[in-house]
Design a protein around this ligand. Structure first.
Ligand code: OSB
Ligand code: MG
Length: 371
């Protein structure tokens, strides 16, 4: 077939969250998101860059994405003929880091390929192992334990299959104890976003009492070795998020027994091609995976749904309904969750939802057309 990207349009949009989201590295009230539109033969594919507003989750942020895409990524993609989107990541692999900027571009070309073929994105990426994906929610740090309990109650009645709560020093063991007392039977996990060190080993051991499904990324964002030491001391399985930026990292973490589960995020690993490689490494080593979230708009959310149809995504992920984040999403219909806590995988071409272009254009802060 051959895909020749004739135009790339970058849009920076701003969307207020319906409720602030707090992790161990700070609070987010509104999202600043960069969208990538890639055009070939008059057909558009869309990608979302999943970087945050500040370089606190990883080194990237909305402000680093814009020049990176314009100066380094787009020139390597524009007017190049790709046999398939599988070749896009290799064109920018010489760029050190900046996986989210590269991944947003790469995802746009996968979406473009699937639209050119008139097939759903999940098919183009080689997914399709399930028609419904199991969903959990990620609940941020709240102002009070009562508020957290209330939120958990609400999400459980909406049907969500597992609850992830954010923790940090001062909001951990005692809070989890209260949650467990109130909800002894639920699938529960905690995400620390790198808030601890090995000096906290004895404190973290107290978590074993709560039979959590897993603890996510307790130690440094770029660490594997200390996680292996911690895992040997804990009964609770460790899940790695920030530390896994490539299939190579996944191999190393598995070899060193640094964890038992991996959270795969499209942007963090640089796009679908690398996400698939991480998935394949995990599957071959009997490590279950799930799809993480970065407070995405409908476009990133729809890409996460497609990714979650790969066979090893057996655990409920952080992909949940649009209305948990946005009063209005940029896709129609918005992503919805069934009473069983699943999302039905759409069968339309590309990522399977329509864009609400009027709404989208109304929230654009800056736009750049590259030909
Ligand atoms: O660590 O998974 C994380 C949000 C922003 C940055 C990092 C993380 C998160 C989430 C939210 O947990 C997941 C979501 O609901 O999109
Ligand atoms: Mg995480």
């Amino acid at each position: 077939m051959g895909i020749r990207v004739e135009r790339i349009i970058l849009r920076h949009i701003r969307m207020p969250l319906v409720h602030f989201f707090e992790t161990s590295f700070g609070r987010t009230f509104e999202r600043d998101i960069i969208l990538v539109e890639a055009v070939a033969d008059g057909v558009s594919g869309w990608g979302e860059v999943t970087a945050g507003e500040n370089p606190f989750y990883n080194e990237e942020w909305t402000g680093s994405i814009w020049p990176l895409l314009i100066d380094y990524v787009a020139p390597r993609i524009l007017h190049h003929t790709f046999e398939s989107a599988a070749g896009v990541a290799a064109r920018t692999a010489h760029i050190r880091g900046h996986n989210m900027a590269r991944g947003g571009m790469e995802a746009a070309v996968w979406d473009l390929e699937s639209r050119l073929k008139n097939e759903p994105l999940w098919k183009t990426i080689g997914g399709g192992a399930r028609k419904e994906i199991p969903c959990g929610v990620s609940i941020g740090i709240q102002d009070s334990v009562e508020q957290l309990l209330e939120k958990i109650e609400r999400e459980l009645s909406a049907g969500y299959q597992r609850i992830k709560m954010k923790i940090k020093p001062g909001w951990d063991v005692d809070v989890i104890r209260r949650v467990r007392e109130r909800f002894p039977e639920i699938k529960l996990m905690a995400d620390a976003n790198s808030a601890y060190t090995l000096n906290d080993l004895d404190h973290l051991k107290k978590l074993d009492e709560f039979y959590l499904m897993m603890i996510e990324q307790p130690l440094a964002h770029d660490d594997i070795i200390d996680h292996a030491v911690l895992q040997a001391a804990l009964e609770t399985p460790i899940c790695l998020d920030e530390s896994i930026r490539s299939a190579h990292h996944a191999e190393q973490a598995i070899r060193l027994k640094a964890g038992q589960i991996i959270n795969i995020k499209l942007g963090r690993v640089g796009g679908f091609a690398e996400a698939k490689r991480v998935h394949d490494v995990c599957e071959a080593n009997l490590i279950p995976v799930w799809c993480g979230g970065m407070l995405e708009s409908g476009i990133g959310r729809a890409h996460n749904i497609a990714l979650s149809t790969l066979p090893d995504f057996v655990l409920p992920g952080d992909v949940s309904a649009s209305k948990r984040y946005w009063k209005q999403d940029i896709i129609t219909p918005p992503v919805e969750v069934t009473p069983d806590g699943t999302i039905l995988v759409p069968d339309g071409p590309g990522f399977g939802f329509d864009l609400d272009l009027d709404y989208l254009e109304s929230i654009v802060l800056r736009c750049e057309r590259l030909e």
